[in-house]
Design a protein around this ligand. Structure first.
Ligand code: FRU
Length: 588
């Protein structure tokens, strides 16, 4: 995602050295007092160092918060900020729990009026949402209100690895450019803030105010329970409900990720909750009191692991309403690790009944689309169901080679139910708003590919963010495909095999892969033999999203080339195929 002005500055920390501090060791903990003169206390992080609990306390008013930080021991990878603006002129104490003697990262804690970091690092996406700094996983609370799309997300402001789960927040009018807003929800006495959803309470059923945004999330402490928080200023600030949790834990360890929406048939709110390896539906008139409606999932779909981040929503297919239930699970995806399955059927306000389809069905066969859900409250007149997923995989998410930030979301995608020739499927395709980003367009002549590869220059001087559109007609070829390449011999391969009936992505030689031995694994999606495959490939620095036939097949993959891919090659193992209407769009 593009960002202006301050982000262009490199990782220079303009440090105000006037930080006066005093340290004392009391039993198991080392405490340091800081007389606050600046806006931030900056803590040095080393990702491989053990996590240390840091308690931040002030005396007036008495506030205590605890963060987990990989405090640097032998080198500094980057810095994380504790915002102390409100306490200028006062004393703030950092207690490093369980630490007896000072270490590098404690000695080097600084105060500064600025927190700057390398926003434009090599793999920062240009047109996908990524957190300004720090770690991100699941999209949360996606809701539309008064012209703004709100995106909340699982966020760690104190490191680029998972931890300190909070809800980060950004808004957009077009889902293409986003404005970062302050962290919306932070951990409290009930625990960390895990995934959940947000609704607009149009009829003030909860009594927080008409059109209040109400966030429903999992408080993850000793157990997982559901809590709520509300905003009456269009999401700019949230107040946690005084009587949380609203849905206490009934003795189920995995009891999380509530997706709530208003159900007209039942005339009440319906919560879809991941409960171990099923989904449980709950109903409520007011978002505060919840009653179990039914449970779905036993004996159907994939049960390779715990179910997470469900979403239930209606769609129209051939003039009739069909309900779609999305469920993520990790591990156990069709290509290893995290993936999202779905069911199509009917929901009568109480019970979900699936159509007879060849489950499990997967929303995306790439390795890097997880925990996606859809926006609430998009007006019915608009009628779009828009999905965004987290573009990573728990197999390696914490190790991908970025530094000041980790992870991005998929492009926002419009979902539709279509028939792929065999049965109904849920297809997903980038929202039309993305077309506004197209820059210079190269059109290439049609090609006939026969055995040997044909290479065409792909935006010689591209910046790693572009889109390729083309139609491939297999003709007499059975095993064929294309690849992105660079001068370092790195390659990302897209292989079609009509003999095995799979389309595959091979990222083994795509650049940096050795940060985790599960990263190089391949990925396959079932391919129906067709006369033509319309291809759209969105490439954004370190990600590629492949859409075949307007999203009948979708594959999302990360890759980390050490130089932008600037050549597009085609090949056929035997027989010939043609490529028509090749368009390459530089993305501004
Ligand atoms: C899915 C998930 C959710 C949970 C969140 C915690 O990626 O495991 O089930 O709420 O991440 O960050």
């Amino acid at each position: 995602m593009k960002k202006t002005i301050s982000s262009i500055l490199l990782a220079l920390l303009l440090i105000n050295m006037s930080c006066s501090s005093q340290s004392k060791s009391s039993g198991e903990n080392l405490s340091v007092d800081y007389q606050i003169q600046s806006s931030y206390i900056l803590i040095p992080v080393e990702e491989n160092a053990p996590e240390i609990k840091i308690k931040v306390s002030t005396s007036n008013p008495t506030i205590q918060s605890t963060y987990d930080v990989h405090v640097a021991v032998s080198k500094i990878d980057y810095w994380v900020p504790v915002d102390v603006k409100k306490w200028k002129g006062q004393k703030v104490t950092l207690s490093f729990l369980g630490v007896k003697e000072s270490i590098l990262g404690i000695n080097d804690v600084k105060q500064s009026d600025q927190f700057e970091f390398e926003y434009n690092e090599t793999y920062r996406p240009q047109f996908h949402f990524s957190p300004e700094h720090g770690w991100m996983n699941d999209p949360n609370g996606m809701v539309y209100l008064d012209g703004e799309y709100h995106l909340f997300y699982q966020y760690n402001p104190y490191g680029s690895m998972w931890g300190n789960m909070s809800w980060g927040h950004a808004v957009s009018t077009d889902m293409v450019s986003w404005t970062y807003l302050p962290t919306a929800l932070t951990p409290d006495s009930l625990g960390a803030i895990f995934s959940g959803s947000a609704v607009v309470d149009v009829n003030n059923t909860a009594g927080f105010g008409k059109n209040a945004i109400v966030a429903i999330f999992t408080s993850c402490g000793k157990t997982q329970q559901q809590s709520i928080a509300y905003s009456t200023d269009k999401g700019r600030t949230f107040t946690k409900y005084a009587h949380n949790p609203v849905l206490p834990n009934p003795g189920i360890t995995d009891f999380r990720d509530p997706k709530v929406s208003w159900n007209e048939a039942a005339n009440q709110w319906v919560m879809t909750l991941a409960t171990k390896q099923t989904v449980t539906f709950f109903g409520s008139p007011n978002l505060k009191e919840w009653t179990k409606l039914s449970e779905f999932g036993e004996g159907i779909g994939s049960h390779a692991a715990v179910w997470e981040c469900p979403d239930l929503f209606p769609m129209t297919y051939q003039g009739k309403t069909k309900w779609v239930l999305i469920v993520s699970l990790n591990p156990g995806g069709p290509n290893g690790g995290s993936a999202t399955q779905y069911f199509i059927g009917n929901f009568d306000g109480k019970t979900f009944k699936p159509d007879a389809l060849p489950y499990p069905l997967w929303l995306d066969y790439g390795r890097d689309n997880y925990a996606g859900v859809t926006f609430n409250n998009i007006p019915k007149t608009v009628g779009r169901r828009i999905f965004m997923g987290w573009m990573s995989n728990w197999d390696y998410a914490n190790q991908v080679p970025t530094k000041d930030f980790r992870s991005a979301n998929t492009t926002p995608r419009e979902l539709t139910i279509v028939n792929n020739g065999n049965h109904l499927i849920l297809s997903s395709y980038p929202v039309k708003e993305l077309n506004s980003l197209k820059g210079k367009i190269w059109e290439k002549p049609n090609l006939v590919v026969e055995k040997e590869s044909i290479a065409i220059d792909l935006l010689k001087d591209n910046n790693g963010s572009y889109e390729i559109e083309m139609t491939i007609k297999p003709e007499s070829a059975d095993v064929f495909g294309f690849s992105l390449n660079n001068s370092k011999n790195e390659t990302l391969k897209f292989n079609f095999n009509n003999t095995t009936g799979f389309v595959s992505i091979d990222r083994k030689k795509s650049g940096l892969t050795d940060f985790n031995d599960r990263f190089a694994m391949g990925m396959n999606a079932p391919l129906l033999k067709k006369d033509a495959y319309r291809i759209r490939l969105l490439v954004d620095k370190a990600s590629a999203e492949l859409f075949i036939n307007e999203g009948e097949i979708t594959m999302t993959t990360l890759f980390f080339p050490t130089e932008s891919m600037n050549q597009l090659k085609f090949y056929s193992q035997a027989g010939k195929f043609s490529v028509e209407n090749i368009k390459i769009n530089n993305i501004k």
